[in-house]
Design a protein around this ligand. Sequence first.
Ligand code: FES
Length: 79
Amino acid sequence: MPVNLHINGRPVSVPAGCSVAAALAIAGNGITRISVGGEARAPLCGMGICQECRVSINGVRRLACQTTCSADMRVETSQ
Ligand code: FES
């Protein structure tokens, strides 16, 4: 059963149990944020250590790799 959510305002459908990090990759380039030096950053470790996957989920900063997608979730990256 697919899960429907929004990434940067765009509707995306992903398989149930999919992490937000995986949903970002499915939806496009997987970029989560821009560093202070202007470089694009993306999930690296996939296990909650590197902090590169920080995004806003329903208005709260969270780790995309540690968050499972749920219906109507709103994910915002810093792109
Ligand atoms: S990918 Fe490293 S903390 Fe999420």
